[in-house]
Write a protein that binds this ligand. Structure first.
Ligand SMILES: [Zn+2]
Length: 117
C-alpha cells in the first residue's frame, strides 16, 4: 500500500468521523428537545388531571345540592388546554380520558364535556 493510498484512506475516515459527529450532535439536540417536551407534557397531563378531578368533584356537589344547581363556569387556561387537547385528537371526557380519538370521530362525551362550560 503506497503512502498516497493510506493518506487518502485516513482523509476519508476523517470525513466520515466528521459526518458521524455532526449526526450525533443532531440526535443529541433532538433528544434534548424530546426530554423537554416530555417534561412539559407530563406537567400538562398532571394539571389536566387535577382539573378533571376538581370538575368531577364540582359535579358531585352539584348533584347533592339541587338548590345551587347552577354550575360554576368552567373557563380559563384549563378549558383552553382541554379544548386544544381535543383538537389535537385526544379524549378529554371521563370515559376515555387521555386516549387517542380515532380519525375524525367526534366523541359525544368529549363534546358535551367541553360545551358544559
Ligand atoms: Zn371522549
Amino acid at each position: 500500500m503506497d503512502k498516497k493510498a493510506i493518506f487518502t484512506q485516513v482523509s476519508q475516515l476523517e470525513e466520515r468521523l466528521g459526518e458521524l459527529h455532526h449526526e450525533l450532535r443532531g440526535l443529541k439536540e433532538q433528544l434534548a428537545y424530546l426530554i423537554e417536551e416530555n417534561h412539559s407534557l407530563h406537567i400538562e397531563n398532571e394539571n389536566l388531571r387535577d382539573r378533571l378531578e376538581a370538575q368531577e368533584e364540582a359535579q358531585e356537589e352539584g348533584k347533592n345540592d339541587k338548590a345551587s344547581s347552577k354550575k360554576k363556569p368552567f373557563v380559563g387556561e384549563g378549558y383552553d388546554n382541554l379544548a386544544r387537547l381535543y383538537q389535537e385528537g385526544f379524549h378529554v371526557c371521563n370515559t376515555h380520558y387521555g386516549s387517542i380519538r380515532s380519525d375524525g370521530d367526534d366523541c359525544l362525551f368529549c363534546l358535551s364535556f367541553l360545551h358544559q362550560k
